[in-house]
Write a protein that binds this ligand. Structure first.
Ligand code: CA
Length: 136
């Protein structure tokens, strides 16, 4: 089962996302602050993390930077309310894999998540093949 962590402080959005991903068959966990999100994201294994930017305590960029610093390689999609180019660039430079701009449609987000998981799996398979080839 695919495990997803949703880090989002806005209750209505968080619950809608939880419901959507549960309905799609994901195992869903969530956090409503940056600190809790960072803790869960670094202590548990997820297949993908959805990370809001505007969060209490520690913002999404702080969480992203800290996760990557702790060598957490989980694919991350940033959720941003600001449609500013700088945010997108910063998010990607800090090690995010994709972003969606709010308001987003649940269908678009699902598609982005699936596409990202597919990319990650293709890369993983390729590296596994490469390793077994090199070991021969
Ligand atoms: Ca927020």
């Amino acid at each position: 089962m695919t495990r997803i962590l949703i880090i989002e402080d806005e209750r209505a959005i968080r619950i809608a996302l939880e419901d959507d991903f549960i309905a799609e068959g994901y195992q869903v966990d969530s956090a409503n602050t940056g600190n809790v999100g960072l803790q869960k994201g670094s202590e548990q294994n997820y297949d993908i993390i959805l990370l809001d930017i505007m969060l209490p305590e520690m913002d999404g960029f702080g969480v992203l930077k800290e996760l990557r610093k702790r060598n957490v390689q989980t694919p991350i999609i940033m959720l941003t309310a600001k449609n500013l180019e700088i945010d997108k660039i910063l998010g990607l430079e800090f090690g995010a894999d994709d972003y969606v701009t709010k308001p987003f449609s649940p269908r678009e987000l699902q598609a982005r998540v699936k596409a990202l998981l597919r990319r990650v799996n293709i890369k993983r398979d390729y590296l596994l093949k490469l390793n077994s080839h090199l070991e021969k």
